[in-house]
Design a protein around this ligand. Sequence first.
Ligand code: ADP
Ligand code: MG
Length: 484
Amino acid sequence: MTYVQGQTGEWEMVIGLEVHAQVTSKAKLFSGASAAFGGAPNAHVSLVDAGFPGMLPVINKYCVEQAVRTGLGLKAQINLTSVFDRKNYFYADLPNGYQISQFTQPIVGKGEIILDLEGGKSRTVGITRLHLEQDAGKSMHDQSPTETFVDLNRAGVALMEVVSEPDMRSGEEAAAYLKKLRAIVRYLGTCDGNMEEGSMRCDVNISMRRVGVETLGTRCEIKNVNSIRFVMQAIDYEAQRQVEILEGGGTIKQETRLWDTGKGITRAMRSKEEAHDYRYFPDPDLLPLVLDAAWVEAIKKTLPELPDEKKQRFISAYGLTDYDASVLVAEKASADFFETVATGRDGKLAANWVTSELFGALNKMGKTIEESPISGLALGGLIELISNDTISGRIAKDVFAEMLTTGNPAAQIVEEKGLRQVTDMGAIGAEIDKILAANADKVAEYRAGKDKLFGFFVGQVMKATGGKLNPAMLNETLKEKLKG
Ligand code: ADP
Ligand code: MG
């Protein structure tokens, strides 16, 4: 557990996250207008989104299905009856004067997310709820010196708000939570999880308490943090700020704060006293949302294998370590790539090549796994050559480098460059004899007890043969011959 060291002792962070995840849907939550990212301002606006009098919202069944899928993916309770409420407030980018959301009866209740932490450790964080709501439009203050423009393209786009229990205790845990939540929605295809484009946004709630104390301290909420790195930075800054106030004898004001990316600080935005009174009430334009239990069951049957299950299968089926399995399942594309490489081959070897060599190379090139110049099948081909002793692991690295630049298959490179490993005992013996004859003095020293020289002989033989001798056979034969 990581505690925050103050002047007068240690403090514990208490963190709860609220994540807005945009539903991957062609149309908005209550209208048929396009929910696509971008587009000319106000190109994706229907009369419903613009709040014209007499317009009625019609629920988008596809969005409801995505919320249910996400709920099931979070192992959460699905509420067969939920209610849409009006959350009332005035703002220029909210033409109706209210946002349709869910308050007392959300579509999804309690669930959980398992965090994968350092050293193969894991921890379960409770999910309080998931509800469906509309996004708002956007006011643009920077287009003209005298006017503000409003773009309603996002107004009415479906969001899932996922609220966690205050179960996290460090910035790392918050990061692990966001990564896992993002992986789950991406596996499910219910949200693209793209924080840069704003399709996943995070409000961070944080309070501090003395180590050992059970009761929760007063929290602050940092609104709309748009990257995992900023979430971690905001948490560390805010924890320090709150500890300084508490140790100075002050009290924390419950308030909403903003993360200032440029300065690396949080700033007060509004206090609880100024907080909105949203006057929630059930939207009279919408009936309660009643789901058919059989429909929910049918959706459950279509769920893909999710990261936690995939990780367990990778560990048991391929003999991977907890760590390697976590790394590979973090992105579905990496997991799929690994399976292509590993199927019918040595799983551990495949995991090593994917996580160290391939990820390392992609990192250097600034490429994603989808853009890998070496396909899963091609890397599998290389691994086969190692497994069946055609080439050594050392030579395989050279072949891999060649595959990266030329895109040629491993077998072709090995043949063209004559890299096939020498496994012929006679040939290996002959190479060793040559080296021993040329280094008679060293041989004498070795036989007199200077064991360390063994490595020297291996190096000399390898150098003379371009590293092509089978290392195990070389070691064995060399030992024999050195005995004299
Ligand atoms: P609101 O609706 O005002 O945002 P909620 O009670 O729904 O308040 O809580 C929102 C988030 O704040 C949840 O993720 C919850 O876990 C977290 N939270 C609540 N109390 C605390 C606290 N004392 N410290 C840290 N996080 C908290
Ligand atoms: Mg909140």
